[in-house]
Design a protein. Structure first.
Length: 394
C-alpha cells in the first residue's frame, strides 16, 4: 500500500462526516481515484464496472469488481478479504446482466436496500445504464448525487502525499528537459514523445515513475493555438514553436509542468506574449498564501495581462494530485473568477496561464502547494521561452 492503514482510516472518517452532513448512509464510489484514496486499490481495471461501497456504520468499505481483479484488491488495499466481493465474468459487457444488478443484490443481502444512497453522477466511470440498473435493483432506496464528495476530502494533502508529488516533480523536470533538448528541425514529433514517455516511466535510479493520467501534449506550429493535441509522425520545422505539457507521476500522484520551445528566431509577437504570460504567472505565485480566495489569484492575473492589452476567459489553474486517466485534475477548486475557495496549507494546484491566439500560442505552468505563509512550486525549472540557440527569453 502507498500509505499506512491509519491514514486510510482517517480518510474514511472524513468521508463519513461529509456523508452525514448530506444525509447519505451508503456511498457508492466508481471514480478510480476516489477508490484508491479510500482503499488503496490500484489496477488498470476501470474499463469495466467496479465499485467501493462506504457504509456509515461499517468500519471498512466493500470492494466489488471483476473476479480476475479481486486478487489485485487483496494485494493493493487495506481491506479484509471478506470485504472483497468479485462478480462473475458473465456480468462483463453482457446484454442480459449488468454489474449493478450484482451490486444491488449484495446491498440487499446486507440490509442496505432501504437506505439513503449517494452516487457519483458526474463521473467518467458511472454511466446512465449504471444508474438505471441501481434504481431498478434498489426500488426502496433513496438516491442522491454525491459527485465530488470524496474529491473535496482529497483537496488538502497529507505530508506523505506532498512527498509523492515532490518526487513526481523530479520526473517531470527530467521528462521536460529531455523534450526540450530533443526538439529540433527535422526531428519527428513521435520520437520526442517516445523519449518523454521513457523519462516519465524510468524516473530516477532511486524511484520509478507511474503512467500519467494524461499523455504528453505536444502541439507545434499553428497547432499551438490550441492546448490539447498530442503528437503525430510529422517532423518539426524551422521557425515554429512547440508547446510541451506533461507530468511526472509517482504512486498515482502527479506534478504537471508546461513550457514552450521555439525552433529558430521567435517573432516579436511571441516574445511579448511569453513576457506577459510569465510576468502574470510570477505575480500570482508571489501573492499566494493561506486565507485568500482563489478568485483573488485570478484577479491578479487578469490585471497583470490587461496592462499589456491582453485578456483571457478560461480559468488559469485547478486542484490536482491523485488521479487516473483521463485527467490529473481533481474537478473541485479552480483558479478563476467567482471561485471563493479559501486556500489552506497543503492544498495543491496546477497553475497554467496558457495564452492561445488564432494561429499561435504560448504556454507555461507550475504545480505548487500552499505553505504556511506562501506557496512552493514542486518543480525547479527555469521559466521563459526556450529557443533552440540555447537562449531563454523572459
Amino acid at each position: 500500500m502507498s500509505f499506512g492503514t491509519a491514514e486510510y482510516q482517517e480518510r474514511i472518517r472524513k468521508t463519513k462526516e461529509r456523508m452525514a452532513s448530506k444525509g447519505i448512509e451508503v456511498l457508492l464510489i466508481t471514480d478510480p481515484a476516489n477508490m484508491n484514496y479510500l482503499s488503496g486499490y490500484d489496477g488498470w481495471s476501470f474499463y469495466v464496472h467496479q465499485m467501493l461501497i462506504v457504509i456509515n456504520d461499517e468500519d471498512q468499505p466493500i470492494w466489488v469488481g471483476r473476479t480476475m481483479d479481486a486478487n489485485a484488491a487483496k494485494i493493493t488495499t487495506w481491506l479484509y478479504h471478506d470485504n472483497i466481493i468479485p462478480y462473475p465474468d458473465t456480468y462483463v459487457q453482457s446484454d442480459t446482466k449488468h454489474p449493478m444488478d450484482f451490486i444491488s443484490d449484495i446491498l440487499k443481502q446486507i440490509g442496505q436496500e432501504k437506505r439513503s444512497v449517494g452516487v457519483e453522477m458526474e463521473n467518467y466511470y458511472f454511466t446512465a445504464k449504471c444508474y438505471e440498473q441501481l434504481k431498478k435493483g434498489l426500488p426502496e432506496a433513496s438516491f442522491q448525487d454525491a459527485t465530488l464528495l470524496v474529491n473535496w476530502v482529497r483537496i488538502v494533502k497529507s505530508d506523505q502525499e506532498i512527498n509523492y508529488m515532490k518526487q513526481a516533480a523530479v520526473f517531470a523536470e527530467k521528462a521536460m528537459n529531455v523534450g526540450i533538448e530533443m526538439i529540433n528541425e527535422g526531428v519527428r514529433e513521435c520520437d520526442v514523445a517516445a523519449q518523454i514517455l521513457h523519462a516519465q516511466v524510468t524516473g530516477t535510479e532511486e524511484f520509478g515513475g507511474d503512467y500519467p493520467a494524461i499523455m504528453p501534449l505536444l502541439p507545434s506550429g499553428e497547432k499551438t493555438s490550441t492546448p490539447h493535441l498530442t503528437w503525430t509522425d510529422a517532423r518539426y520545422k524551422n521557425d515554429e514553436a512547440v508547446i510541451l505539457e506533461l507530468a511526472g507521476c509517482y504512486k498515482r500522484y502527479h506534478s504537471p509542468l508546461a513550457r514552450t520551445v521555439h525552433i529558430g528566431t521567435p517573432s516579436d509577437e511571441l516574445k511579448k506574449l511569453a513576457h506577459v504570460t510569465l510576468e502574470g504567472l510570477e505575480k500570482c505565485l508571489a501573492m499566494i498564501k493561506p486565507g485568500i480566495a482563489l478568485e483573488e489569484i485570478c484577479e491578479t492575473w487578469t490585471k497583470s495581462i490587461a496592462r499589456h492589452g491582453y485578456e483571457k476567459e478560461a480559468r488559469i489553474g485547478y486542484s490536482m494530485g491523485l488521479n487516473y486517466p483521463p485527467d490529473w485534475g481533481e474537478h473541485t477548486a479552480s483558479i478563476r473568477k467567482g471561485d471563493r475557495t479559501i486556500l489552506q496549507p497543503n492544498m495543491t494546484f496546477h497553475m497554467i496561464p496558457g495564452m492561445w491566439c488564432d494561429k499561435s500560442g504560448f504556454e507555461i505552468s507550475e504545480s505548487f502547494r500552499v505553505t504556511e505563509n506562501g506557496c512552493e512550486t514542486f518543480a525547479n525549472l527555469p521559466r521563459g521561452l526556450y529557443v533552440k540557440d540555447k537562449t531563454l527569453i523572459r
